[in-house]
Design a protein around this ligand. Structure first.
Ligand SMILES: [Fe+2]
Ligand SMILES: [Fe+2]
Length: 166
């Protein structure tokens, strides 16, 4: 999956500050959170990777925007078969993960759970403390100290500049 090409497609229509609280640094931390969770749970890393890029790409503001997950899923649908190459089953998981990521759910397919947890582990960037009942998997809960430190620092993973060229 060419995440750099996908980024180049998504950024021109991302209407918020690129390095804001829902921008590329968040996407990269969500990606790295998700891959670490997947190492333990066996979640689908292609889906987890694409979730990181798409879930917030259609946010209209940095506050309350309850429909942005659905719009993110639609954006992925538009690129399906070109930059987004997934099986139907994988795409369904990506779509579900994007559409429902702000609904506070914790039950679901392990790949969907990894997506939601990857996003929630980054909540300390906006001073929201992690709560066990909002984390889907034990694997993610075990990563909370590592993820909290990176989130609180708004740490930007090297891939943002080195791979994505942002
Ligand atoms: Fe979101
Ligand atoms: Fe997010």
């Amino acid at each position: 999956m060419d995440t750099t090409a996908i980024l180049k497609e998504l950024l021109p229509t991302y209407v918020l500050p690129i390095r804001g609280i829902h921008g590329v640094s968040h996407w990269a931390r969500v990606l790295e959170n998700g891959l670490r969770i997947a190492e333990v749970t066996g979640a689908d890393i292609e889906v987890v990777t694409l979730f990181a890029l798409f879930h917030d790409c259609r946010r209209a503001n940095d506050g309350r925007d309850p429909d942005h997950g659905r719009r993110g899923a639609e954006r992925a649908e538009l690129l399906r078969g070109s930059l987004v190459r997934l099986s139907s089953a994988q795409f369904d998981l990506l779509s579900e993960a994007c559409r429902l990521h702000t609904d506070g759910l914790t039950e679901g397919d392990p790949t969907v759970q990894a997506c939601w947890d990857a996003d929630r582990l980054d909540l300390p960037r906006v001073n929201i403390e992690l709560k066990r009942r909002l984390i889907c998997t034990e694997a993610a809960w075990e990563l909370r100290d590592w993820a909290r430190a990176r989130a609180a620092d708004r740490y930007e993973p090297g891939l943002v500049t080195q791979v994505w060229g942002v």
